[in-house]
Design a protein around this ligand. Structure first.
Ligand code: NAD
Length: 260
């Protein structure tokens, strides 16, 4: 149970982040949602979670590509809660193109949102965690933190970077009751995956169905997409007391992909 804890899940207006927010709320944590999207839909999501579970559910729209808005979010959280007890670095974007055609603005955005934002949230969350000698930092990395795929240079670079950040910070705070781990899902059917199918089809000269069968599911020996609920359940366990000895781990959840 996570009652009495406050969890910030970046990029939780959709997909995996929203699934984690739901499971954490069910486990009793107060929730800070974050992410982009339609403000009416986001408020409906926030209100739905707040009505379903007896916890506080707030939304902060900090743009994870901007350190100033990330800092402002932590100031806002500290004004209502003591601080962030459980940090889930989940916000992420994708873009698929050969490296010599990769738009430089896309490279910068992917590195900022998928990697650098986790540095900022971590440095801002740690003082409170150190003060109370308890904390959980969970990265939603990717199988691409462990292996590469062509045409995803920025994403693979950022996710490998997250694995390095995870191990480094885990060592720095190991004696202070704070664990830092990375979950590495294979393909999960979310808007992020749906959006990259047309781009991958163009980059590889395939139909969209061929991309699903011959690129995405070929990577996963189980031939099944990982589910949002499965990723959220692992995050929930990593946040628990029972997971206190798991730290610095980069954990695949990829239907066997990285066993190849
Ligand atoms: P998604 O597109 O459903 O969700 C991404 C979330 O990030 C959304 O809430 C979006 O609003 C938010 N976001 C994007 N840009 C942002 C910004 N600048 N500031 C704040 N929030 C921003 O995608 P998803 O599949 O749920 O991805 C979540 C995480 O899981 C990502 O880090 C992704 O790399 C990782 N992941 C996804 C898969 C997969 O197959 N879907 C596999 C492995 C890892």
């Amino acid at each position: 149970m996570l009652s009495g804890k406050t969890a910030l899940i970046t990029g939780s207006t959709s997909g995996i982040g929203l699934g984690i927010a739901e499971q954490f709320a069910k486990a009793g944590a107060n929730i800070i949602l974050n992410g982009m999207g339609d403000s009416v839909e986001i408020e409906a999501t926030r209100a739905r979670l707040a009505a379903r579970y007896p916890v506080k559910v707030r939304f902060n729209g900090a743009d994870m590509s901007r350190p100033d808005t990330i800092e402002a979010m932590f100031v806002a959280i500290a004004a209502e809660f003591d601080g962030v007890d459980i940090l889930v670095n989940n916000a992420g974007i994708q873009f698929v193109a050969p490296v010599d055609e990769f738009p430089t603005a896309k490279w910068d955005a992917i590195l900022a949102i998928n990697l650098t934002s986790a540095f900022h949230t971590t440095r801002l969350a740690l003082p409170h965690m150190k003060k109370q000698q308890w904390g959980r930092i969970i990265q939603i990395a990717s199988a691409h933190a462990l292996v590469a795929s062509p045409y995803k240079s920025a994403y693979v670079a950022a996710k490998h970077g997250i694995a390095g950040l995870t191990k480094t910070v885990a060592l720095e705070v190991a004696e202070q009751g704070i664990t830092v781990n990375a979950v590495c899902p294979g393909y999960v059917w979310t808007p992020l995956v749906e959006k990259q199918i047309p781009e991958t089809a163009i980059a590889r000269g395939m139909t969209e169905d061929e991309v699903i069968q011959n690129v995405l599911l070929t990577a996963q020996p189980t031939k099944k997409f990982v589910t949002v609920e499965q990723v959220a359940a692992l995050a929930n366990f990593l946040a628990s007391q029972e997971a206190a000895s798991i730290t610095g781990a980069v954990i695949p959840m990829d239907g066997g992909w990285t066993a190849h």
